[in-house]
Each structure stands twice: as structure tokens, then as C-alpha cells.
Design a protein around this ligand. Structure first.
Ligand code: HEM
Length: 430
């Protein structure tokens, strides 16, 4: 059958995928898309959203058809072009402008960056870090208990995002990079600023503020690079600064800045969302919470099902290099393709009764929450360990965890790509 040109596709949806309400709770939208219109035009940004599991895998494993390079982001490219250009000018004038590395490149260029990172992100390195991740986890829980469990109290409250889900991955990535762990709140500000333009439309003042914070980050990092060049250490910054590519080329300052951007945003934003969602799921499914308390060997299965069910990175973008057919729709060359990991993981054709949270699902780990193919998440092993250690310790050190109060209003900050919880107020019992 002849494919339908993208321009002729009309989806019968009442909301756009750019609507903050859909971004707060995308599951109904995905179900509608799967049922009637799996390849969704997003004319506001001249793009298309791909929601089916098989289509998402097709896009991710064919970088010759779907390039990671030059894709910008929805808001950057389509809605905030002028602001993005002004932002780039500021960065070039007073810091280092954008260059494409790693996640924004295709093989074979990607392969060289990835090789340098793989050398420092080995499974062995993560295994060696497990004890330390457990230690930091317990330090953070100790601080909450000391604050809450005074005078013999057996229950307390925690704002989980701030007390735990942000600091745990924040401290671990800061220490791994070789940055001072006492400054994680400053690094979180950097990560937020680095992602600001891609997350939501910004006012002029907000754009300038984001650029200023990113400049602060760049200059701080530049000084760290210089220190490691003079005196190599055993942290990630040192490994990258002193790494050599295939032709014995060291990375340039622009490349180093861009790689740091990816590691800081990857390290700070994603695992935080995953920890929040896993804990929130425990409060919504008390039977699952009890089963995990009774049998901790179920924890890895719980983490995989939670990554599948509420994927922390909902989607990213690619760009078509030629006209290409996806599920009967002809998508023209140079179209931005929003790959929805979060939707693919809820596809009934890939996972039995996909909208049901099921701890006994045997194929949960077939999810694409960490992507697939050449760009498969470099921090996946680290993130999984942080999730097992973090959630495991909260279960071990409490007897019950529930929501301290119901949510009023949106649960998530609006974002095209992530699922960031605004807050997670919990009541725990020991
Ligand atoms: C639960 C936590 C995490 C999730 C859900 C997640 C998700 C993802 C996804 C979906 C991709 C694929 C991007 C693409 O297809 O273009 C990716 C790549 C990447 N992630 Fe993660 N990530 C997580 C944790 C981390 C951590 C802790 C780090 C840093 C230490 C990190 C650093 C990166 C980097 C640098 C890439 C680019 C890899 C490449 O292009 O070759 N991520 N991540």
C-alpha cells in the first residue's frame, strides 16, 4: 500500500503533545496514539512523534536514516529560534559555543567519543562504586532520620526529591567527575540551566539567566580541566582531559565542555526522576511495597518494571536524512522525529497489558528507557545501581512509606523530554 504523506495525517486528538497537561500525564495520549494514530504530526515544531515500540526501535537502530546530528530540540528549533541564537551568541562571546559531540553525532564520529567514555564508564568501575553508593545512600537517610525522628518518634516526613532523589545521583556524579560534593546544589543549578531552553519556552530574562549560569559552569570546568592537565588524577574529568582518540588527538576545550554538559545533565536529571517515580509507585501499589519488603530479591525486577512503566526520559529527537516510511506514513527528509521511549514502553503489542504495573512481568527489561543501539545510555549500569541501592535502603530502614498528602495540581514540571517531579512529600514509619 502507498504510504500516506505526513502532511495528510490528521490525528483525532483533543490535545497537542506539547500541551503541559499531556506532558504532566502522557499515558492517555499515548494510548490514543497507539489505538488510532501512532505516527503523530507535531506541526508546531515541524516534527513528528513516533510512539510504537517497533517504530522506536527502527528509528534508534538506523542512524543512517535518522541522524542525531543537527537536530536541536523541539523548542529550540521551532518555537524559540531567536532566543536559541542569542543564547549561542552569548556563549560564544564569553564562553565556548556549542559543538556536536557524542549524543549529537552519528557513527563513525560517535564511535570515537563513545570509546573514550566507555573506557571510564566500565561495568567494573560501577561494581567498585557499589559500596560507596550504599554509604552515600545511608548518609542521606541518616540525615532525614536525625531531623525527623526526635524524642523517640517512630514516623517522620521527607520531601523525597530534595532530601534524596536529587542529592544521591548528584553526589555520585560530582565525585565521579572529580567535583566537590558539597557543591551539588550549585551543579544542579548548572544542569537546570543547561537544559532550560530545551525544556520549555523561556522569557528573554530567563534565557539570559540560563546563559549566565551556564557560563559560570563553563569557566569553573575550564579551570578544572587545566588542573587535571597539570596534575592528572583518577577521576572522569582527568580521564577525558588526558584521553587520546584514534589519531592520538586530545579533546578540544569545546568538545570537553560539550561532553561535561551531557554528563552533568545526564547525571543530575535522569536518575533523580527514576528514583522519584520508583518511590511514588511504591506508595501507589502498597501490595508491591509489601512484597518487596518480604523478598528483596524482587528489587531488580521492580526497578526494571518501574523504568518501563514511567520512563524518566520520555523522549529525545532525531532528524530524517531522507524520505522514510514509518508505520505507513511517509516522513519527508529533514523532519524532526521525536522518539518516545515512554510511549514505546506502554505499547500493548510489545508488553502484555502494558498500562498495568506488573512486578511479575518477565520481559520488563526489554524496555527502551535507556535507548537502544549506538547511543544506549552510557550511565545505565550506574543508574541501575543507584536505584537498587537507594530504593533498597529506604525499604530496609522503614516499615511503611506512604504519600504525606495528595498532590494538588500538576505532578511534573512541563518538559518535552523528561518526567521531572516537582515534589514528592512522603510519610515514613520505622
Ligand atoms: C535512570 C537514569 C537514566 C535514564 C533513564 C537515561 C536515559 C538515557 C537515554 C534514553 C539515552 C539515549 C539517548 C539517545 O538515544 O539519543 C541516554 C544516553 C546517555 N546517557 Fe543516560 N540515562 C540515565 C542515567 C544516566 C547517567 C547517570 C548518566 C551519566 C553518568 C547518563 C549519561 C548519558 C550520556 C552521556 C548519554 C549519551 C550516550 C551516547 O550518545 O552514546 N545517563 N540516557
Amino acid at each position: 500500500m502507498k504510504p500516506t504523506p505526513l502532511a495528510d495525517v490528521v490525528c483525532p486528538f483533543s490535545h497537542s503533545p506539547l500541551d503541559p497537561k499531556v506532558q504532566d500525564n502522557p499515558w492517555e495520549f499515548y494510548a490514543e496514539a497507539h489505538a488510532s494514530c501512532p505516527v503523530v504530526p507535531v506541526p508546531e515544531v515541524g516534527g513528528v512523534m513516533v510512539t510504537k515500540y517497533d517504530d522506536v526501535r527502527f528509528v534508534l537502530t538506523n542512524p543512517d536514516l535518522f541522524s542525531s546530528s543537527g537536530r536541536g530540540s523541539g523548542t529550540k528549533k521551532g518555537i524559540q529560534v531567536e532566543k536559541a541564537q542569542r543564547h549561542e551568541e552569548i556563549m560564544r562571546e564569553r564562553g565556548w559555543g556549542h559543538v556536536e559531540t557524542l549524543q549529537r553525532t552519528d557513527p563513525p564520529i560517535h564511535t570515537d567519543y563513545r570509546r573514550r567514555l566507555n573506557r571510564v564508564f566500565t561495568p567494573r568501575r560501577v561494581r567498585d562504586m557499589t559500596e560507596h553508593i550504599d554509604e552515600v545512600t545511608n548518609q542521606l537517610i541518616d540525615a532525614v532520620f536525625e531531623r525527623e525522628l526526635t524524642g523517640g518518634a517512630t514516623s517522620g516526613q521527607t520531601e523525597f526529591v530534595d532530601d534524596f532523589a536529587m542529592p544521591l545521583p548528584g553526589i555520585i556524579i560530582a565525585e565521579s567527575l572529580g567535583l566537590d560534593r558539597s557543591e551539588i546544589r550549585r551543579f544542579k543549578r548548572w544542569a537546570d540551566a543547561m537544559l532550560a531552553l530545551a525544556m520549555r519556552p523561556l522569557t528573554e530574562e530567563e534565557m539570559i539567566e540560563a546563559a549566565e549560569v551556564e557560563l559560570e559552569a563553563q569557566h569553573h570546568l575550564a579551570a578544572e580541566f587545566e588542573k587535571r592537565r597539570q596534575e592528572p588524577t583518577d577521576d572522569l574529568i582527568s580521564a577525558l582531559v588526558n584521553s587520546h582518540g584514534e589519531n592520538d588527538e586530545p579533546l578540544s576545550m569545546h568538545e570537553l565542555q560539550n561532553l561535561m554538559h551531557q554528563l552533568i545533565t545526564g547525571g543530575f536529571e535522569t536518575t533523580t526522576n527514576a528514583l522519584n517515580h520508583s518511590l511514588w509507585l511504591l506508595t501507589r501499589y502498597p501490595d508491591v511495597q509489601q512484597r518487596l519488603r518480604d523478598d528483596t530479591s524482587l528489587l531488580p525486577a521492580f526497578i526494571e518494571e518501574s523504568l518501563r512503566f514511567e520512563s524518566p526520559v520520555q523522549g529525545l529527537a532525531r532528524r530524517t536524512t531522507q524520505d522514510v516510511e514509518i508505520s505507513g506514513v511517509l516522513v519527508p527528509e529533514d523532519t524532526m522525529v521525536f522518539v518516545r521511549y515512554g510511549a514505546a514502553n506502554r505499547d500493548d503489542e510489545a508488553f502484555d497489558d502494558a498500562n498495568h504495573f506488573n512486578l511479575d512481568r518477565v520481559d520488563a527489561n526489554q524496555h527502551v528507557a535507556f535507548g537502544l543501539g549506538a547511543h544506549f545510555c552510557v550511565g545505565a549500569a550506574l543508574a541501575r545501581q543507584e536505584l537498587v541501592s537507594g530504593i533498597g535502603a529506604w525499604l530496609e530502614r522503614t516499615t511503611n512509606i506512604e504519600l504525606a498528602r495528595p498532590f494538588e495540581g500538576p505532578v511534573h514540571e512541563p518538559s518535552m523530554f523528561l518526567l521531572p517531579m516537582i515534589e514528592l512529600p512522603l510519610q515514613f514509619h520505622v
